[in-house]
Design a protein. Structure first.
Length: 62
């Protein structure tokens, strides 16, 4: 998978690039699983600045 710029990558793309499940990310970052699922499925939108911070954190690793 080609590497995207952090500010253009989605939470789902970053999570998959790191080989993490939604459950792992939600528990690690203490984001409700349902909220993360809704963001990834487009049911609700995550504020851009929050998404950028989450993507950066995921790419940095645990």
């Amino acid at each position: 998978m080609e590497r995207k710029e952090t500010n253009k990558m989605t939470i789902e793309e970053a999570r998959k690039q790191q080989g993490m499940s939604r459950r792992e990310v939600s528990e690690w970052l203490e984001i409700p699983y349902r909220t993360l699922t809704n963001w990834e499925n487009g049911v609700r939108s995550c504020p851009h600045y929050i998404e950028k911070l989450i993507v950066e954190k995921i790419l940095q690793g645990r």
